[in-house]
Design a binder for this molecule. Structure first.
Ligand code: FAD
Ligand code: 2HG
Ligand code: ZN
Length: 468
Protein backbone atom coordinates (compact mmCIF):
# COMPACT_ATOMS: atom_id res chain seq x y z
CA UNK A 1 0.00 0.00 0.00
CA UNK A 2 1.44 3.42 -0.88
CA UNK A 3 0.84 6.58 1.18
CA UNK A 4 -1.49 7.69 -1.55
CA UNK A 5 -3.64 4.61 -0.93
CA UNK A 6 -4.55 5.91 2.52
CA UNK A 7 -7.49 8.27 2.72
CA UNK A 8 -6.03 11.80 3.17
CA UNK A 9 -8.66 12.42 5.87
CA UNK A 10 -7.08 9.60 7.92
CA UNK A 11 -3.61 11.11 7.47
CA UNK A 12 -5.03 14.48 8.61
CA UNK A 13 -6.57 12.92 11.72
CA UNK A 14 -3.31 11.18 12.62
CA UNK A 15 -1.38 14.40 12.02
CA UNK A 16 -3.70 16.22 14.38
CA UNK A 17 -3.01 13.64 17.09
CA UNK A 18 0.80 13.23 16.89
CA UNK A 19 1.90 16.31 14.94
CA UNK A 20 3.16 16.61 11.37
CA UNK A 21 6.74 15.66 12.23
CA UNK A 22 5.56 12.28 13.49
CA UNK A 23 3.50 11.02 10.55
CA UNK A 24 6.10 9.82 8.06
CA UNK A 25 5.37 8.74 4.52
CA UNK A 26 8.48 9.64 2.49
CA UNK A 27 9.84 6.22 1.37
CA UNK A 28 13.42 7.36 2.01
CA UNK A 29 12.52 8.04 5.63
CA UNK A 30 10.23 5.05 6.19
CA UNK A 31 12.77 2.64 4.64
CA UNK A 32 14.65 2.09 7.91
CA UNK A 33 11.36 1.12 9.62
CA UNK A 34 10.65 -1.41 6.87
CA UNK A 35 13.75 -3.63 6.97
CA UNK A 36 14.76 -5.76 9.92
CA UNK A 37 18.11 -5.91 11.71
CA UNK A 38 19.22 -9.05 9.82
CA UNK A 39 18.27 -7.63 6.37
CA UNK A 40 16.44 -10.93 5.69
CA UNK A 41 12.98 -9.37 6.09
CA UNK A 42 12.03 -6.22 4.18
CA UNK A 43 8.76 -4.66 3.07
CA UNK A 44 7.29 -1.20 2.73
CA UNK A 45 4.81 0.95 4.57
CA UNK A 46 2.49 3.78 3.58
CA UNK A 47 2.85 5.45 6.99
CA UNK A 48 4.94 5.48 10.14
CA UNK A 49 3.09 7.02 13.08
CA UNK A 50 5.14 8.07 16.13
CA UNK A 51 2.94 8.80 19.18
CA UNK A 52 4.48 10.47 22.24
CA UNK A 53 2.44 8.87 25.01
CA UNK A 54 -0.41 6.51 25.87
CA UNK A 55 -3.17 8.98 25.01
CA UNK A 56 -1.71 9.64 21.55
CA UNK A 57 -1.23 5.88 21.00
CA UNK A 58 -4.85 5.21 21.90
CA UNK A 59 -6.16 8.01 19.71
CA UNK A 60 -3.99 6.93 16.76
CA UNK A 61 -5.09 3.29 17.13
CA UNK A 62 -8.72 4.45 17.21
CA UNK A 63 -8.28 6.26 13.90
CA UNK A 64 -6.40 3.36 12.28
CA UNK A 65 -9.00 0.86 13.51
CA UNK A 66 -11.89 2.95 12.18
CA UNK A 67 -10.12 3.04 8.79
CA UNK A 68 -9.34 -0.71 9.05
CA UNK A 69 -5.63 -0.16 8.53
CA UNK A 70 -3.42 -3.00 9.75
CA UNK A 71 -0.60 -1.99 12.09
CA UNK A 72 2.83 -3.31 13.02
CA UNK A 73 3.90 -2.03 16.45
CA UNK A 74 7.65 -1.36 16.45
CA UNK A 75 10.18 -0.63 19.18
CA UNK A 76 13.92 -0.70 18.51
CA UNK A 77 13.50 -2.94 15.44
CA UNK A 78 16.14 -5.36 16.75
CA UNK A 79 13.81 -8.38 16.58
CA UNK A 80 15.27 -11.33 14.70
CA UNK A 81 12.20 -13.18 13.37
CA UNK A 82 10.68 -10.72 10.90
CA UNK A 83 7.92 -9.64 13.30
CA UNK A 84 8.71 -5.95 13.61
CA UNK A 85 8.54 -4.84 9.97
CA UNK A 86 5.63 -4.22 7.57
CA UNK A 87 5.91 -7.14 5.14
CA UNK A 88 2.37 -6.71 3.75
CA UNK A 89 2.07 -2.93 3.50
CA UNK A 90 0.91 -2.36 7.11
CA UNK A 91 1.26 1.00 8.86
CA UNK A 92 4.05 1.10 11.46
CA UNK A 93 3.33 2.40 14.95
CA UNK A 94 6.75 3.35 16.28
CA UNK A 95 6.80 3.38 20.08
CA UNK A 96 10.26 4.87 20.57
CA UNK A 97 8.99 8.29 21.74
CA UNK A 98 7.39 6.74 24.83
CA UNK A 99 10.74 7.05 26.56
CA UNK A 100 9.97 8.24 30.09
CA UNK A 101 11.46 6.43 33.09
CA UNK A 102 9.36 7.24 36.17
CA UNK A 103 10.99 7.46 39.62
CA UNK A 104 12.21 4.12 40.98
CA UNK A 105 9.94 2.87 43.78
CA UNK A 106 12.71 1.94 46.23
CA UNK A 107 10.26 0.53 48.79
CA UNK A 108 8.91 -1.99 46.28
CA UNK A 109 12.09 -2.36 44.13
CA UNK A 110 10.03 -1.59 41.03
CA UNK A 111 9.93 1.01 38.29
CA UNK A 112 7.39 2.02 35.65
CA UNK A 113 8.87 2.90 32.26
CA UNK A 114 7.51 3.85 28.85
CA UNK A 115 7.46 1.14 26.18
CA UNK A 116 10.06 3.05 24.14
CA UNK A 117 12.70 3.24 26.88
CA UNK A 118 15.78 1.34 25.74
CA UNK A 119 17.10 -1.46 27.91
CA UNK A 120 20.36 0.48 28.38
CA UNK A 121 18.47 3.54 29.69
CA UNK A 122 16.36 1.39 32.03
CA UNK A 123 19.54 -0.26 33.33
CA UNK A 124 21.21 3.11 34.03
CA UNK A 125 18.05 4.40 35.72
CA UNK A 126 17.72 1.30 37.95
CA UNK A 127 21.45 1.29 38.81
CA UNK A 128 21.23 4.85 40.12
CA UNK A 129 18.91 3.43 42.80
CA UNK A 130 21.22 0.46 43.51
CA UNK A 131 19.01 -1.94 41.55
CA UNK A 132 19.16 -3.79 38.26
CA UNK A 133 16.85 -4.93 35.46
CA UNK A 134 16.69 -8.74 35.43
CA UNK A 135 17.18 -9.14 31.68
CA UNK A 136 20.31 -8.19 29.75
CA UNK A 137 21.17 -8.66 26.08
CA UNK A 138 23.66 -7.36 23.54
CA UNK A 139 21.09 -5.19 21.70
CA UNK A 140 20.61 -3.18 24.92
CA UNK A 141 21.31 0.23 23.30
CA UNK A 142 18.38 -0.14 20.86
CA UNK A 143 15.97 -2.80 22.13
CA UNK A 144 13.02 -1.22 23.96
CA UNK A 145 11.26 -2.44 27.07
CA UNK A 146 7.96 -2.66 25.14
CA UNK A 147 9.56 -4.79 22.42
CA UNK A 148 11.29 -6.93 25.01
CA UNK A 149 8.00 -7.66 26.77
CA UNK A 150 6.27 -8.26 23.43
CA UNK A 151 8.90 -10.89 22.54
CA UNK A 152 9.39 -12.16 26.12
CA UNK A 153 13.11 -11.55 25.54
CA UNK A 154 15.61 -13.78 27.33
CA UNK A 155 19.28 -12.88 27.12
CA UNK A 156 22.19 -13.76 29.37
CA UNK A 157 20.70 -13.72 32.89
CA UNK A 158 17.65 -15.96 32.46
CA UNK A 159 19.22 -18.69 34.58
CA UNK A 160 19.15 -16.27 37.53
CA UNK A 161 16.11 -14.03 37.05
CA UNK A 162 13.94 -15.59 34.34
CA UNK A 163 12.95 -14.00 31.01
CA UNK A 164 11.09 -10.72 30.48
CA UNK A 165 7.67 -12.09 31.49
CA UNK A 166 9.07 -12.75 34.96
CA UNK A 167 10.06 -9.08 35.31
CA UNK A 168 6.57 -7.69 34.56
CA UNK A 169 4.52 -6.73 37.64
CA UNK A 170 2.22 -4.33 35.83
CA UNK A 171 1.29 -3.38 32.29
CA UNK A 172 -0.51 -0.70 30.34
CA UNK A 173 -1.53 -1.30 26.74
CA UNK A 174 -3.77 -0.02 23.98
CA UNK A 175 -6.03 -2.61 22.37
CA UNK A 176 -6.79 -2.84 18.66
CA UNK A 177 -9.86 -0.59 18.94
CA UNK A 178 -7.98 2.12 20.84
CA UNK A 179 -9.16 1.15 24.33
CA UNK A 180 -6.57 1.54 27.12
CA UNK A 181 -6.08 -1.26 29.67
CA UNK A 182 -3.92 -0.28 32.61
CA UNK A 183 -2.87 -2.30 35.66
CA UNK A 184 0.30 -0.74 37.05
CA UNK A 185 -0.02 -0.95 40.86
CA UNK A 186 2.70 -3.59 40.96
CA UNK A 187 1.24 -5.61 43.81
CA UNK A 188 3.31 -8.77 44.14
CA UNK A 189 0.20 -10.69 45.21
CA UNK A 190 -2.81 -9.81 43.09
CA UNK A 191 -5.16 -12.61 42.10
CA UNK A 192 -7.91 -10.48 40.64
CA UNK A 193 -8.44 -12.30 37.38
CA UNK A 194 -6.53 -12.75 34.14
CA UNK A 195 -2.93 -11.51 34.12
CA UNK A 196 -2.80 -9.27 31.04
CA UNK A 197 0.93 -8.64 31.53
CA UNK A 198 1.63 -12.35 31.19
CA UNK A 199 -0.65 -12.61 28.18
CA UNK A 200 0.97 -9.67 26.39
CA UNK A 201 4.46 -11.01 27.16
CA UNK A 202 5.40 -12.99 24.07
CA UNK A 203 2.35 -11.80 22.10
CA UNK A 204 4.62 -10.12 19.49
CA UNK A 205 2.36 -7.14 18.88
CA UNK A 206 -0.66 -9.26 17.96
CA UNK A 207 -2.91 -8.57 20.98
CA UNK A 208 -2.19 -5.01 22.08
CA UNK A 209 0.27 -2.15 21.90
CA UNK A 210 2.25 -1.99 25.14
CA UNK A 211 2.62 1.61 26.32
CA UNK A 212 4.00 1.34 29.87
CA UNK A 213 5.57 -1.49 31.88
CA UNK A 214 6.09 -1.82 35.62
CA UNK A 215 9.26 -3.85 36.11
CA UNK A 216 10.38 -5.88 39.10
CA UNK A 217 13.99 -4.87 39.89
CA UNK A 218 16.77 -6.88 41.56
CA UNK A 219 19.67 -6.03 43.87
CA UNK A 220 22.77 -4.88 41.97
CA UNK A 221 25.49 -7.55 42.07
CA UNK A 222 28.53 -5.31 41.56
CA UNK A 223 31.34 -7.79 42.28
CA UNK A 224 32.03 -9.99 39.28
CA UNK A 225 34.28 -12.81 38.22
CA UNK A 226 34.30 -14.05 34.63
CA UNK A 227 35.92 -17.19 33.22
CA UNK A 228 36.48 -18.19 29.61
CA UNK A 229 36.73 -21.97 29.60
CA UNK A 230 38.03 -23.97 26.62
CA UNK A 231 36.98 -27.55 25.85
CA UNK A 232 38.03 -30.11 23.30
CA UNK A 233 34.47 -31.21 22.56
CA UNK A 234 30.96 -29.82 22.76
CA UNK A 235 30.05 -32.78 24.96
CA UNK A 236 32.62 -31.71 27.57
CA UNK A 237 31.29 -28.14 27.49
CA UNK A 238 27.72 -29.33 28.03
CA UNK A 239 28.80 -31.54 30.96
CA UNK A 240 30.78 -28.64 32.48
CA UNK A 241 27.84 -26.27 32.10
CA UNK A 242 25.60 -28.65 34.03
CA UNK A 243 28.24 -28.96 36.79
CA UNK A 244 28.65 -25.16 37.08
CA UNK A 245 24.89 -24.69 37.37
CA UNK A 246 24.86 -27.14 40.25
CA UNK A 247 27.85 -25.68 42.10
CA UNK A 248 27.91 -21.87 41.67
CA UNK A 249 25.19 -20.16 43.71
CA UNK A 250 26.16 -16.72 42.36
CA UNK A 251 26.11 -17.89 38.71
CA UNK A 252 24.87 -14.92 36.65
CA UNK A 253 25.53 -16.01 33.06
CA UNK A 254 26.64 -19.21 31.38
CA UNK A 255 27.16 -18.78 27.67
CA UNK A 256 28.68 -20.90 24.91
CA UNK A 257 30.47 -20.34 21.61
CA UNK A 258 31.18 -23.39 19.48
CA UNK A 259 34.01 -23.88 17.04
CA UNK A 260 32.99 -22.26 13.76
CA UNK A 261 31.28 -19.33 15.52
CA UNK A 262 34.44 -18.75 17.55
CA UNK A 263 36.53 -18.81 14.34
CA UNK A 264 34.25 -16.17 12.80
CA UNK A 265 34.10 -13.86 15.82
CA UNK A 266 37.87 -14.10 16.41
CA UNK A 267 38.54 -13.14 12.80
CA UNK A 268 36.00 -10.30 13.11
CA UNK A 269 37.68 -9.00 16.27
CA UNK A 270 41.18 -9.69 14.95
CA UNK A 271 42.07 -11.49 18.20
CA UNK A 272 42.41 -15.20 18.99
CA UNK A 273 40.72 -16.50 22.13
CA UNK A 274 43.24 -16.50 25.02
CA UNK A 275 42.58 -20.17 25.74
CA UNK A 276 41.83 -23.18 23.53
CA UNK A 277 42.50 -23.53 19.84
CA UNK A 278 40.30 -23.43 16.80
CA UNK A 279 39.99 -26.55 14.64
CA UNK A 280 41.93 -26.02 11.40
CA UNK A 281 39.72 -24.88 8.57
CA UNK A 282 36.95 -24.79 11.14
CA UNK A 283 33.74 -25.59 9.24
CA UNK A 284 32.56 -27.73 12.14
CA UNK A 285 29.61 -26.41 14.05
CA UNK A 286 30.73 -28.09 17.23
CA UNK A 287 34.20 -29.61 17.74
CA UNK A 288 36.06 -27.35 20.15
CA UNK A 289 33.89 -25.27 22.45
CA UNK A 290 34.13 -22.34 24.85
CA UNK A 291 32.02 -21.36 27.83
CA UNK A 292 31.80 -17.96 29.46
CA UNK A 293 30.80 -18.35 33.09
CA UNK A 294 30.14 -15.21 35.10
CA UNK A 295 29.51 -15.09 38.84
CA UNK A 296 28.07 -11.91 40.37
CA UNK A 297 27.42 -11.00 43.99
CA UNK A 298 27.64 -8.15 46.52
CA UNK A 299 30.94 -9.59 47.76
CA UNK A 300 33.78 -10.95 45.60
CA UNK A 301 32.56 -14.24 44.04
CA UNK A 302 35.95 -15.19 42.52
CA UNK A 303 36.71 -17.90 45.10
CA UNK A 304 33.34 -19.54 44.51
CA UNK A 305 33.83 -19.51 40.74
CA UNK A 306 37.50 -20.56 41.02
CA UNK A 307 36.67 -23.56 43.20
CA UNK A 308 33.92 -24.66 40.81
CA UNK A 309 36.29 -24.36 37.82
CA UNK A 310 38.88 -26.48 39.68
CA UNK A 311 36.23 -29.13 40.19
CA UNK A 312 35.70 -29.50 36.42
CA UNK A 313 39.45 -29.55 35.62
CA UNK A 314 39.24 -33.00 34.01
CA UNK A 315 36.81 -31.66 31.39
CA UNK A 316 38.80 -28.52 30.59
CA UNK A 317 41.67 -27.74 28.23
CA UNK A 318 42.34 -24.39 29.85
CA UNK A 319 40.70 -21.42 31.59
CA UNK A 320 41.21 -17.64 31.64
CA UNK A 321 39.73 -15.73 34.57
CA UNK A 322 39.14 -11.97 34.62
CA UNK A 323 38.04 -9.76 37.51
CA UNK A 324 38.35 -6.12 36.46
CA UNK A 325 35.84 -4.66 33.98
CA UNK A 326 38.19 -4.19 30.96
CA UNK A 327 39.60 -7.72 31.25
CA UNK A 328 36.12 -9.18 31.70
CA UNK A 329 34.92 -7.21 28.68
CA UNK A 330 37.75 -8.69 26.59
CA UNK A 331 36.46 -12.18 27.39
CA UNK A 332 32.81 -11.22 26.79
CA UNK A 333 33.74 -9.80 23.36
CA UNK A 334 34.07 -13.37 22.03
CA UNK A 335 30.39 -13.98 22.88
CA UNK A 336 28.71 -10.60 22.57
CA UNK A 337 30.06 -9.91 19.07
CA UNK A 338 29.07 -13.20 17.44
CA UNK A 339 25.77 -11.85 16.06
CA UNK A 340 27.51 -8.77 14.65
CA UNK A 341 30.29 -10.93 13.14
CA UNK A 342 27.70 -13.14 11.42
CA UNK A 343 25.85 -10.08 10.14
CA UNK A 344 29.11 -8.76 8.68
CA UNK A 345 29.59 -12.11 6.92
CA UNK A 346 26.13 -12.29 5.33
CA UNK A 347 22.42 -12.84 5.81
CA UNK A 348 21.90 -15.85 8.05
CA UNK A 349 18.88 -17.90 8.91
CA UNK A 350 18.57 -17.69 12.68
CA UNK A 351 17.21 -20.72 14.45
CA UNK A 352 16.90 -19.96 18.14
CA UNK A 353 16.04 -23.18 19.97
CA UNK A 354 15.98 -24.79 23.41
CA UNK A 355 16.78 -28.41 24.11
CA UNK A 356 16.01 -30.42 27.21
CA UNK A 357 19.23 -30.76 29.23
CA UNK A 358 19.38 -34.50 28.56
CA UNK A 359 19.40 -34.02 24.74
CA UNK A 360 21.60 -30.89 24.53
CA UNK A 361 24.94 -32.56 23.77
CA UNK A 362 23.35 -34.87 21.20
CA UNK A 363 21.79 -31.86 19.44
CA UNK A 364 25.00 -29.82 19.39
CA UNK A 365 26.85 -32.77 17.87
CA UNK A 366 24.09 -33.77 15.44
CA UNK A 367 22.75 -30.51 14.05
CA UNK A 368 25.58 -29.87 11.55
CA UNK A 369 24.68 -33.07 9.69
CA UNK A 370 21.01 -32.09 9.69
CA UNK A 371 21.91 -28.71 8.16
CA UNK A 372 24.15 -30.25 5.48
CA UNK A 373 21.53 -32.84 4.52
CA UNK A 374 19.23 -29.90 3.72
CA UNK A 375 21.91 -27.75 2.05
CA UNK A 376 25.32 -29.27 1.49
CA UNK A 377 26.95 -25.84 1.03
CA UNK A 378 25.53 -24.25 4.17
CA UNK A 379 27.65 -23.39 7.19
CA UNK A 380 26.15 -23.79 10.67
CA UNK A 381 27.43 -21.51 13.44
CA UNK A 382 26.47 -22.41 17.00
CA UNK A 383 26.48 -20.33 20.17
CA UNK A 384 23.99 -19.34 22.83
CA UNK A 385 22.84 -19.35 26.40
CA UNK A 386 23.94 -22.88 27.27
CA UNK A 387 23.03 -22.45 30.94
CA UNK A 388 19.36 -22.57 30.01
CA UNK A 389 19.61 -25.01 27.11
CA UNK A 390 19.25 -22.25 24.49
CA UNK A 391 21.33 -22.74 21.35
CA UNK A 392 21.43 -20.17 18.54
CA UNK A 393 21.92 -22.09 15.31
CA UNK A 394 22.82 -19.54 12.64
CA UNK A 395 23.20 -20.82 9.11
CA UNK A 396 24.96 -19.02 6.27
CA UNK A 397 25.01 -20.01 2.62
CA UNK A 398 28.09 -19.78 0.37
CA UNK A 399 29.60 -16.30 0.22
CA UNK A 400 27.25 -15.11 2.97
CA UNK A 401 24.09 -15.72 0.94
CA UNK A 402 21.00 -17.10 2.62
CA UNK A 403 21.00 -20.91 2.87
CA UNK A 404 18.26 -23.05 1.31
CA UNK A 405 14.83 -22.56 2.95
CA UNK A 406 14.74 -26.33 3.68
CA UNK A 407 17.41 -25.83 6.35
CA UNK A 408 14.97 -24.14 8.73
CA UNK A 409 12.41 -26.90 8.54
CA UNK A 410 15.01 -29.66 8.90
CA UNK A 411 16.62 -28.12 12.00
CA UNK A 412 13.33 -27.22 13.68
CA UNK A 413 11.92 -30.71 13.07
CA UNK A 414 15.06 -32.18 14.62
CA UNK A 415 14.60 -29.91 17.65
CA UNK A 416 10.97 -30.96 18.05
CA UNK A 417 11.92 -34.65 17.74
CA UNK A 418 14.35 -34.18 20.63
CA UNK A 419 11.63 -32.56 22.76
CA UNK A 420 12.88 -28.99 22.38
CA UNK A 421 11.30 -25.62 21.60
CA UNK A 422 11.58 -24.13 18.09
CA UNK A 423 11.74 -20.65 19.63
CA UNK A 424 13.62 -20.14 22.87
CA UNK A 425 13.56 -16.35 23.14
CA UNK A 426 13.17 -14.54 19.80
CA UNK A 427 9.55 -15.51 19.10
CA UNK A 428 7.79 -16.88 16.03
CA UNK A 429 7.42 -13.67 13.99
CA UNK A 430 6.97 -14.49 10.34
CA UNK A 431 10.13 -16.61 10.21
CA UNK A 432 8.73 -19.66 12.01
CA UNK A 433 5.02 -19.46 11.20
CA UNK A 434 5.24 -22.64 9.17
CA UNK A 435 6.74 -24.61 12.03
CA UNK A 436 4.67 -23.54 15.05
CA UNK A 437 2.62 -26.71 14.73
CA UNK A 438 5.75 -28.70 15.61
CA UNK A 439 5.46 -27.45 19.21
CA UNK A 440 1.77 -26.60 19.58
CA UNK A 441 -1.26 -28.87 19.24
CA UNK A 442 -4.31 -28.02 17.14
CA UNK A 443 -6.24 -27.40 20.37
CA UNK A 444 -3.60 -24.92 21.57
CA UNK A 445 -3.58 -23.11 18.22
CA UNK A 446 -7.39 -22.91 18.31
CA UNK A 447 -7.16 -21.35 21.79
CA UNK A 448 -4.56 -18.85 20.48
CA UNK A 449 -6.92 -17.89 17.62
CA UNK A 450 -9.84 -17.47 20.01
CA UNK A 451 -7.80 -15.09 22.20
CA UNK A 452 -6.72 -13.16 19.10
CA UNK A 453 -10.33 -12.84 17.86
CA UNK A 454 -11.52 -11.69 21.27
CA UNK A 455 -8.97 -8.88 21.56
CA UNK A 456 -8.54 -7.99 17.89
CA UNK A 457 -11.69 -9.11 16.04
CA UNK A 458 -10.78 -7.24 12.84
CA UNK A 459 -7.28 -8.78 12.79
CA UNK A 460 -5.52 -5.40 12.58
CA UNK A 461 -2.59 -5.89 14.96
CA UNK A 462 0.44 -7.49 13.32
CA UNK A 463 -1.85 -9.76 11.29
CA UNK A 464 0.87 -11.84 9.65
CA UNK A 465 2.83 -12.65 12.81
CA UNK A 466 2.75 -15.57 15.25
CA UNK A 467 -0.60 -17.10 14.28
CA UNK A 468 -0.54 -19.33 11.19
P1 FAD B 1 11.13 -4.80 17.82
O1 FAD B 1 12.17 -5.52 17.07
O2 FAD B 1 10.80 -3.44 17.37
O3 FAD B 1 9.78 -5.67 17.81
C1 FAD B 1 9.80 -7.03 18.16
C2 FAD B 1 8.35 -7.55 18.24
O4 FAD B 1 7.67 -6.89 19.31
C3 FAD B 1 7.52 -7.27 17.00
O5 FAD B 1 6.61 -8.33 16.82
C4 FAD B 1 6.78 -6.00 17.33
O6 FAD B 1 5.54 -5.88 16.63
C5 FAD B 1 6.55 -6.14 18.82
N1 FAD B 1 6.56 -4.89 19.57
C6 FAD B 1 7.57 -3.98 19.68
N2 FAD B 1 7.22 -2.98 20.52
C7 FAD B 1 5.95 -3.26 20.93
C8 FAD B 1 5.03 -2.62 21.80
N3 FAD B 1 5.33 -1.49 22.44
N4 FAD B 1 3.81 -3.18 21.99
C9 FAD B 1 3.48 -4.34 21.37
N5 FAD B 1 4.31 -4.99 20.54
C10 FAD B 1 5.53 -4.45 20.32
N6 FAD B 1 16.73 -11.37 22.06
C11 FAD B 1 16.75 -12.15 23.16
O7 FAD B 1 15.69 -12.61 23.60
N7 FAD B 1 17.93 -12.44 23.79
C12 FAD B 1 19.12 -11.97 23.36
O8 FAD B 1 20.15 -12.27 23.94
C13 FAD B 1 19.12 -11.11 22.24
N8 FAD B 1 20.27 -10.58 21.78
C14 FAD B 1 20.26 -9.80 20.67
C15 FAD B 1 21.47 -9.29 20.20
C16 FAD B 1 21.50 -8.53 19.04
C17 FAD B 1 22.81 -7.96 18.55
C18 FAD B 1 20.29 -8.26 18.35
C19 FAD B 1 20.28 -7.43 17.11
C20 FAD B 1 19.09 -8.77 18.81
C21 FAD B 1 19.06 -9.55 19.97
N9 FAD B 1 17.87 -10.08 20.46
C22 FAD B 1 17.88 -10.85 21.59
C23 FAD B 1 16.61 -9.84 19.76
C24 FAD B 1 15.90 -8.52 20.14
O9 FAD B 1 16.78 -7.60 20.68
C25 FAD B 1 14.76 -8.78 21.10
O10 FAD B 1 13.77 -9.56 20.46
C26 FAD B 1 14.09 -7.52 21.64
O11 FAD B 1 13.18 -7.91 22.63
C27 FAD B 1 13.35 -6.71 20.59
O12 FAD B 1 13.06 -5.43 21.11
P2 FAD B 1 12.74 -4.22 20.12
O13 FAD B 1 12.34 -3.06 20.91
O14 FAD B 1 13.85 -4.04 19.17
O15 FAD B 1 11.46 -4.80 19.38
C1 2HG C 1 22.26 -13.59 21.35
O1 2HG C 1 22.10 -14.38 22.26
C2 2HG C 1 21.06 -13.13 20.60
O2 2HG C 1 23.37 -13.11 21.07
C3 2HG C 1 21.20 -13.19 19.08
O3 2HG C 1 19.90 -13.78 21.02
C4 2HG C 1 21.28 -14.57 18.57
O4 2HG C 1 22.19 -13.86 16.50
C5 2HG C 1 21.54 -14.71 17.08
O5 2HG C 1 21.11 -15.72 16.54
ZN1 ZN D 1 20.20 -15.08 22.65
Amino acid sequence: MSAGAIDPAVVDELTEIVGQAHVLSDPEITASYSIDWTRRFAGSTPLVVRPADTAETAAAMGVLAAARIAVVPQGGNTGLVGGSVPLAGEAVLSMRRLDVCEAVDELASQVTVGAGVTLADAQIHAAAAGLSVGVDLAARESATIGGMVATNAGGINVLRYGAMRAQVVGIEAVLADGMIVSHLAGLEKDNTGYDLGSLLAGSEGTLGVITRVRLRLHPLQPERATALLAFETAQDAVAAAAALRRSVGSLHALEAVFDSAMALVSAHLGVDPPVGSLSSGSRNASGAAWLIAEAAARTDPSDELGTAVDEIADLLIDAAVALDPPARQRLWAFRENVTEAISAAGIPHKLDVTLPAARLAEFVDGVADVVRMADSDAQPLLFGHLGDGNVHVNVLGPGGAEPAEEVDDAVLRYVAELGGSISAEHGIGTAKLGQLHLNRTEAELAAFSAIKRALDPEGLLNPHVLLP
